[in-house]
Design a binder for this molecule. Structure first.
Ligand SMILES: *Cc1c(COP(=O)(O)O)cnc(C)c1O
Length: 421
């Protein structure tokens, strides 16, 4: 199921009012839904001492959303300087920030290790000597390569640019130890939008086995293992939600087994983005044109600058036509934006109710990797973001981009390198 019945029941009757006050297009996020999912995660893994979610900031980097995460006790998974600034602005302490970049520049290392630093998660063995002020606590991203088959979206680990290989992993920690590290974590991220809970259980098993191997080889103890993000959500109505109960029960057993064998066990961290916010956001847009040529098209007032997933991955996003969502779906449309790119389509050959100009369309599951992925190509700017608060208020939490924003990068001091210099 896409958007929850509860979000739909609270949102849909309000949309005409919200439209009048804020005007489409906008993303709207559900505070109650996000808090509920956060509470579910915490409860599911409460059997693993030290369990913590580090919200993947890239999924929905809005200050008000990040404030919710902080209130729930979550940390932040950051991989760029602006993301670290966002987290620190909200008062995140060094132990609240996982810095998981890849192909990291010296400037990023300098920034991330200043002001108390972050939990530094290194992507490669060659980066050990490049980290300034080598931190006490170090983590490596592990890539199992051919030891794991890939998940559909992220692909085969063997072809992924991320992480240290199995052959390098012990050596990586040995070198980190030599540079003075005394506290250790282990990270992996091998799934994306995974709905099969057993794949996540196998990931937890894999990191714990690697932790055992490194602990035995070097006589160190891991404080945490981080199983990454990639928990899936059902974008299609016929898909089922991830079985959190069975997954957490089986993962907890793995940690209990580790503790029995070794007398201690690492804490478990994760960095879910999509699972936390994906279903709790929707893109609301108005039909402004329709055309009937070789196909029938509905043109809406949002475009792929607001939601790239359909164009980028051919991803399915469920669409409801406000006020008609119980009527029979008698038409077949492509629902399109205004960008001069033929993949600027929110839906292709989709069965929908008859749509007229002025009808409002709700595009589900835009709460993760939606607004954040936007861009300004073709002068198409990103829409505003709203939050449906738990008490029913609807609050603007980021304004729409303006033409002034588009021109902002022309505001610079002239700079020319003379010919022949
Ligand atoms: C993108 C990303 C995540 C979040 O992925 P989701 O699919 O949104 O859960 C977590 N960790 C890292 C390192 C990522 O790059």
């Amino acid at each position: 199921m896409p958007m929850s019945a509860s979000f739909k029941d609270r949102l849909f009757p309000r949309i005409p009012q919200i439209q009048q006050h804020f005007q489409t297009p906008f993303h709207i996020y559900d505070e109650s839904g996000i808090r509920e999912t956060g509470a579910q995660l915490v409860k599911a893994f409460s059997g693993i001492p030290g369990f913590r979610e580090f919200f993947a900031v890239k999924a929905l980097p809005n200050r008000e959303i990040l404030k919710l995460m902080k209130e729930m006790g979550f940390g932040f998974d950051c991989s760029s300087i602006p993301e670290v600034i966002l987290a620190r602005e909200l008062g995140a302490r060094p132990e609240d920030i996982m810095f998981t970049s890849n192909n990291t520049s010296q400037e990023e290392f300098d920034f991330a290790t200043q002001d108390g630093g972050c939990i530094m998660n290194l992507d490669d063995i060659s980066l050990i000597e490049k980290v300034p002020h080598f931190p006490e606590m170090i983590c490596f991203r592990y890539n199992p390569g051919p030891r794991r088959t890939g998940n559909v979206i992220i692909g085969n680990p063997e072809e992924a640019k991320y992480g240290v290989s199995h052959e390098q992993v012990v050596e990586a920690y040995r070198q980190a130890k030599e540079r003075g590290a005394t506290r250790f974590g282990l990270h992996t991220m091998v799934a994306s939008n995974e709905l099969d809970y057993t794949y996540i259980v196998e990931t937890a098993r894999m990191v714990l086995e690697v932790a055992e191997e490194v602990e035995a080889a070097l006589g160190i103890k891991f404080e945490f293992v981080n199983i990454g993000g990639g928990f899936g959500i059902p974008y299609r109505p016929e898909q089922k939600t991830l079985d959190l109960a069975r997954m957490s029960a089986e993962v907890t057993e793995l940690f209990d087994g580790f503790r029995k064998r070794h007398g201690h066990a690492p804490a478990m961290f994760m960095e879910s983005g999509r699972f936390m916010t994906g279903p709790h956001g929707a893109l609301v847009t108005t039909a402004i044109n329709s055309k009937d040529t070789y196909r029938r098209y509905i043109g809406v007032d949002a475009c792929m600058s607001a939601l790239m997933r359909p164009a980028l991955y051919g991803a399915y996003h469920h669409i409801d036509v406000l006020g008609k969502d119980r009527d029979p779906k008698t038409e077949i449309y492509d629902v399109v934006g205004s960008l001069c790119e033929n993949n600027d389509k929110f839906a292709v050959q989709r069965e929908l109710q008859p749509i007229e100009d002025g009808d409002i369309l709700v595009i589900h599951d835009s709460g993760a990797h939606g607004h954040a992925m936007g861009f300004q190509y073709n002068g198409r700017l990103r829409p505003k973001e709203l939050m449906l608060r738990a008490d029913g208020r609807v609050e603007l939490i980021r304004r729409a981009e303006t033409v002034e924003d588009y021109f902002a990068t022309y505001d610079f001091e002239p700079s020319v390198l003379p010919a022949g210099a």
